[in-house]
Design a protein around this ligand. Structure first.
Ligand SMILES: [Zn+2]
Length: 141
């Protein structure tokens, strides 16, 4: 199999549930059990109250495009992705922001706008690794 991008290596226990969830088609985020606030990326302590009582919850997968960039050239030769590619910062309806890709839409700045509703989808790279991506909400499943 020709991989188009380097594979993530989920080696720490703090991030394992994220990748296990993605493999099962679930977007998992961390949530503090002490103050109740969700956050990403995974950490051993809450960025809001410093509690170490952290759990995982399944996010709805819905959010809005917070910001984006259309990359027409990938300078890192390890990434053999087809360009142009849309780099997307997505704000989940739960609050945390994730850096991902926007897919399922032409990489045309006339079609992509900040604050557009998006939903998660998954790109299976291997049996172990699936990447959460986002597409315009309401697209074909
Ligand atoms: Zn907290």
């Amino acid at each position: 199999m020709d991989l188009e991008r380097p594979l993530p290596t989920p080696i720490t226990p703090e991030c394992r549930p994220y990748w296990d969830g993605a493999r099962e088609g679930k977007l998992m985020i961390t949530k503090c059990r002490a103050c109740g606030k969700p956050f990403m990326y995974p950490r051993v302590s809450c960025p809001f109250c410093a509690s170490r009582d952290i759990g995982w919850v399944q996010a709805s997968g819905r959010g809005r495009l917070y910001s984006f960039e259309i990359a027409h050239q990938i300078l890192n030769k390890a990434f053999k992705v087809k360009t142009p590619v849309v780099l997307a910062m997505v704000e989940l309806e739960e609050g945390p922001r994730l850096l991902s890709n926007l897919v399922g839409i032409a990489p045309d700045p006339k079609q992509i706008r900040c604050d557009m509703p998006v939903e998660v989808c998954f790109e299976k790279l291997t049996d172990e690794i699936s990447l959460p991506m986002f597409r315009p909400a309401g697209g074909a499943r």
